[in-house]
Structure formats: C-alpha cells, structure tokens
Design a protein around this ligand. Structure first.
Ligand code: SAM
Length: 323
C-alpha cells in the first residue's frame, strides 16, 4: 500500500494501513460508522467512498475539524464532524442522536499535520513552543517540564517513554530550568541530548522523552482505554472495532482489551496463537486478527512513519453466539 486513496485530500498526512483498515472494517451501504481519529480525513474519505454509509468523525484537534469542513461539504448528510475526544464517544454520539454503530476505527497518535507544524510543539526536529496539546487547551508540555519535581518527571519519561536515562534527563531538566524556564522544543531537545549517549540505532536521543511528554500532556493512554470501552458499548452485533496503534504501550492496551472481550483475558500466547480464535466464558466479541496486521515493505519504504504500526480488530457477536 503505497498510495493514498485517489480522492484523499490528506495533504500532509499519508494514512497508514489504509487498505487493511478498509478490508477489515468492510463498510456496507446503509451502515453507520465512527472514525474516532479524523486527522487528515484519509480513512474517512476511503470509508465514504467504499459504501453509501454514514460516518461520524471525531477529532480533539480544532485544526483537524476546521480542515475537514470541505470534506463534510462534499459528503453533506453522510459525514458529520464532531470536535472532542474519542474517550467521550458515547456522549458525543448521543448528542448527535446515535446510540449504535456498525463499526469504529481508531488510528492512534498524532497526525503528520501536528508533527510537521513546529508551532504545535510536538517535534524535536525543529524549534517551536513546547506545547504538544492536541486540543490547544489545558496544560502544555512546558507546564509539565517547568513545574513537576524531578522524580515525577523521571517517572513520566520512564513509564511513558521507556527511557532508560529518565533520572539523568529529569535532573538535567530541573537544573536547566533553574537558569531560565524551558519554553521551546529546541532547548528541551538539546538538554536531553547533552546528557544521554548516542543511540546505536541512530534514533534521536530526544525521541523517547518527547513521546512520554506528549502522552502525558494528552492523557493518551487513558483516552485509549476509555475509547475502547466506549466503542465496544456502541457496537451492534456484527459491528467491528478496528484499531491502528503506533507504539508498544498503546498496542499492549489494545491487545489486552481485545483479548479480554474475546474471552482470552490472559492475552495472546506466543505458542498457541490459534487459541485466540476460541471464545472463553466472557466473550461478547470475536477476534478478527489473531496476529496484528503490519505494513508491508512497500508501505514502510514510502512512509517510514508507518513502520511500527499494528492493526488489531474484533467483531461483536450475535447475542445467541455470545457466552
Ligand atoms: C494518526 S492521526 C489520524 C489520521 C487519519 N486516520 C487519516 O487518515 O487522516 C490521529 C488523529 O487523532 C486525533 N486524536 C488523537 N487522540 C484523540 C482523542 N483521544 N480523541 C479524538 N481525537 C484524537 C489527533 O488529533 C489526530 O488528528
């Protein structure tokens, strides 16, 4: 999958695993879907083109919603944009008069629009305000970096960034901010690089800390948990939940959630992946992806950001089949 859909007006964002998302969701005429992460509208356009269906598309970033206005006009009556968090999907959809869905897609993380715009403060590759708020409201990354004590900072870097040098980096941040508050991405990145060894893989030494701060600022893992629960509540029998995750922390939550809802609370077994297909006592869904779908070489070559993505999906059972 190297190309976006011909009609996809994504501009700066190349949708990841688009063909796989479509094949797994399998949109049908007359059905109602929710895209919890509208972003550049890549998935949304493809879903609307694949069937005469209705799509409710959520994004917490006001810029994404504003950018989607042209698409909403093109698919007037079929595409409904909702600004808010997918963790609040139940309330957002209830307010729109929707109580059940035939499918939900979540493409977790940030869009290229957000990363590439230095003003948003997500990237360590350029310089911009240390912001990272998808919603453009609430506490920014600069608020966290300039106020948390060094042990709380180190905990965030360690748990959300899996950063081995978390304590050293936290101490360096606290020392640097005593001289002047850290308000730019460039300064934070150079503080991190100044106290950490080069990564043998060539990965920028600021990568993990920036990921950790972004996840903390936006409570992204909490959102994933709430979003999965809400989606499962809304899905009608036969309805599908399709989730694309970008890093291991998100993917672990998705994998455990899906294992639990398909009656495999212990999660996948490396030695018996087929057992994932069988349903246990609490199953109200069946697993569609005993192994996660991953991008092929052509896609990762064309879009390196796709490299670590994984797609997992479940389908709600008919009541007579549910245990
Ligand atoms: C990876 S992009 C989605 C790209 C989209 N699939 C496409 O094809 O263009 C993720 C988007 O989800 C949004 N987002 C992330 N977490 C969210 C949440 N909890 N609630 C609503 N939107 C969220 C981000 O603002 C971003 O626009």
């Amino acid at each position: 999958m190297t190309d976006t859909h011909p009609d996809t007006p994504t501009g700066g964002h190349v949708p990841v695993l688009l063909a796989e998302v479509l094949a797994t969701l399998a949109p049908r005429d007359g059905a109602t879907y929710c895209d919890g992460t509208f972003g550049g509208g890549g998935y949304a356009t493809a879903i609307l083109e694949a069937a005469r269906c209705t799509l409710y598309a959520i994004d917490r970033d006001p810029d994404a919603i504003a950018r989607g206005a042209a698409l909403a006009a093109r698919y007037a009556g079929r595409l409904h944009l909702l600004e808010g968090r997918f963790g609040e999907m139940l309330d957002l959809l209830a307010a729109a008069g929707v109580a059940a869905l035939d499918g939900v897609v979540l493409d977790l993380g940030v869009s290229s629009f957000q990363i590439d715009e230095m003003e948003r403060g997500f990237s360590f590759r350029g310089d911009g305000p240390l912001d990272m708020r998808m919603e453009k409201a609430g506490k920014s990354a600069a608020d966290l970096v300039n106020t948390l004590d060094d042990s709380d900072l180190a905990d965030i870097l360690f748990t959300l960034g899996e950063e081995r040098h978390s304590r050293r980096i936290a101490r360096a941040i606290v020392a640097a901010r005593a001289e002047a508050p850290i308000v730019t991405t460039g300064r934070l990145a150079s503080i991190i690089r100044s106290v950490t060894p080069r990564d043998p893989s060539g990965m920028d030494r600021a990568t993990r800390s920036f990921q950790a701060l972004r996840l903390a600022v936006n409570d992204e893992l909490g959102e994933v948990e709430r979003g999965l629960d809400a989606a499962a509540t809304l899905l009608a029998p036969g309805g599908r939940l399709v989730v694309v995750a970008f890093h291991s922390l998100e993917d672990r939550i998705v994998k455990r959630f899906m294992a639990g809802r398909t009656g495999r609370a212990g999660g996948a077994s490396r030695h018996d992946p087929g057992a994932l297909m069988s349903k246990g006592p609490a199953a109200d869904f069946r697993l569609l992806t005993p192994r996660p779908l991953r991008p092929g070489e052509a896609e990762t070559h064309a879009n390196p950001r796709a490299r670590s993505s994984r797609l997992r999906a479940i389908e709600r059972l008919e009541p007579r089949d549910a245990a």
